[in-house]
Design a protein around this ligand. Structure first.
Ligand code: PEP
Ligand code: MN
Length: 343
């Protein structure tokens, strides 16, 4: 930590601060400047998180030079995390975070058995390896379709069995974590629950990979701190997902922050996925942004696909028709080759 002192800080105030820092087992180093002086503090700085250094007389402000995320921090884990999902039906295992580009695709929600199996077949044939669909849906309106719940999970399990696709689905309630962990290959924490710390702690104690979607108004650091919550409980198989943030721009549902991809790749060793469907809200923007995400270094994309978007219970306007999805896959493949990824 760096403590910047007020211009009029007195010698007695400075001495008092230095004394306290030594008392906490840390080493202070005072640098006197022309206009103002600063104190650098080294040692185990975690104690400073609970000490109100800012309020000491003579202190102007403080700056943290140490990152608050440790387990998620690339500096503490030089090798990149690769999450391997088991081989299904003779297909090679799916690796998230290595050189492979992973495509997670499917409808916004499980709407019916027939509908889900239809999409599953289409995304499988086009090359996706993970099937997405919500059984528990976080809807803005309590009157909107809330998802099929447990029945939806059973349908997802059937699609997994039939097509050898891994399943990712959202959990919203700590009481459902065990059940969803049993039925799915990846547990999704939705944007609205990114800072539901109790939920993060509970998924942190289960043995399935967890994909955390960036909150609607959350910073990249806050996303990393949510990953830290999960990892602090012992589950280190965490995937980060950029899905757009709220800005003043009304032409898109959210503003997809693609700069988050190289930032996350620099700051963390965890795999990064981009969701251009929720990130833009419009089907015609999904493919260009998916391609841009690949160019930016993402480890995969998550996209919504629906054979009849006009009939979708949710998010039809951002869902790709199967033929558009196939085209997107072709375009992504070309870019993947250029950035050293395979799909
Ligand atoms: C979803 O992926 O189903 C979803 C609800 O997305 P988000 O949490 O990013 O809004
Ligand atoms: Mn959706």
């Amino acid at each position: 930590m760096i403590i910047v002192l007020k211009q009029d800080a007195t010698e007695a105030q400075i001495e008092h601060i230095l004394e306290k820092i030594r008392e906490w087992g840390l080493t202070p180093s005072l640098s006197r400047g022309e206009e103002r002086s600063i104190i650098g503090v080294i040692g185990n700085e975690s104690i400073l998180r609970v000490k109100p250094v800012d309020v000491f007389p003579g202190v102007d402000y403080t700056m943290n030079v140490v990152k608050p995320y440790k387990l998620a921090n690339a500096a503490f884990h030089p090798a990149r995390t690769v999450i391997e999902l088991p081989a299904l039906k003779g297909a090679p295992p799916v690796r998230i975070g290595g050189n492979d580009l992973v495509v997670m695709a499917g409808p916004c929600a499980v709407e019916s058995r027939e509908g889900l199996l239809e999409v599953a077949q289409c995304v499988k044939e086009a090359g996706a390896t993970v099937l997405r669909a919500g059984a528990f849906k976080p809807r803005t309106s309590p009157y909107a379709f809330q998802g099929m719940g447990v029945k939806g999970l059973a349908i997802l399990a059937e699609a997994r069995e039939k097509y050898g696709l891994h399943i990712v689905s959202e959990v919203m309630d700590t009481r459902d974590v065990e059940m969803i962990a049993e039925m799915c290959d990846i547990i999704q924490i939705g944007a609205r629950n990114m800072q539901n710390f109790n939920l993060l702690k509970v998924v942190g104690r289960c043995d399935k990979p967890v994909m955390i979607k960036r909150g609607l108004s959350s910073t990249i650091q806050e996303l990393l701190m949510s990953a830290e919550y999960v990892m602090s409980q012992g589950n280190h198989r965490v995937i980060l997902c950029e899905r757009g943030i709220r800005t003043f721009e009304p032409m898109t549902r959210n503003t997809l922050d693609l700069s988050a991809v190289p930032v996350l790749n620099r700051e963390s060793h965890l795999p990064v996925i981009v969701d251009p469907s929720h990130g833009t809200g419009h089907w015609d923007l999904v493919s260009p942004m998916a391609c841009a995400a690949v160019a930016a270094g993402t480890d995969g994309v998550m996209v919504e696909v629906h054979p009849r978007p006009e009939e979708a219970f949710s998010d039809g306007s951002q869902s790709l028709l199967p033929e558009k999805f196939r085209l997107m896959m072709k375009q992504m493949r070309a870019i993947a080759g250029a950035v050293g990824k395979t799909m």
